[in-house]
Design a protein around this ligand. Structure first.
Ligand code: HEC
Length: 118
């Protein structure tokens, strides 16, 4: 009889303990702000330039290229010139021909989003 009472009391107190310790887990004070969708130099533009431009527009420009496009500032400062030439079918950059529309759109979107670095 004594043992039954003890087990009963133990059960009750564990119930209280469980309830009080789990209550704080129900609150989420930091709602997910969601992923950022802006185009940035680090996430998007750099890879396109590295694949299509820096063979000539490298840190030391080659093949007659007049400019280096290996840093954020260099690409940002020439963004208007770059957008103009990558869409110029008569005088395209790269000189071998226009890149895929999706890549050209990305660089235009980068400008529209404010030429963000990252
Ligand atoms: C095969 C070498 C080569 C590649 C690859 C290349 N360029 Fe050029 N680029 C040149 C040469 C040579 C010139 C100078 C002659 C001219 O303007 O057509 C030039 C000029 C430019 C100019 C004009 C710069 C100025 O100050 O007038 C821009 C802008 C440009 N390139 C952007 C790009 C971009 C962006 C890419 C990649 C998408 C690229 N180029 C890829 C060789 C290249």
């Amino acid at each position: 009889m004594k043992t039954n009472h003890l087990i009963y009391l133990l059960g009750i107190s564990m119930l209280f303990f469980t309830c009080s310790s789990s209550s704080s887990d129900d609150v989420n004070p930091d709602p997910d702000p969601g992923p950022t969708t802006e185009v940035t130099y680090d996430d998007d533009v750099k890879a396109i330039i590295n694949s299509n431009c820096t063979s000539c527009h490298g840190a030391t420009p080659t093949n007659g290229a007049p400019t280096s496009y290996t840093t954020y500032n260099q690409v940002k400062n020439d963004a208007d010139k770059i957008i103009s030439r990558i869409n110029n079918a008569g005088s395209p950059m790269p000189p071998t021909g226009l890149m895929a529309q999706s890549l050209r759109d990305k660089i235009q979107q980068w400008k529209d989003d404010g030429l963000l670095e990252n």
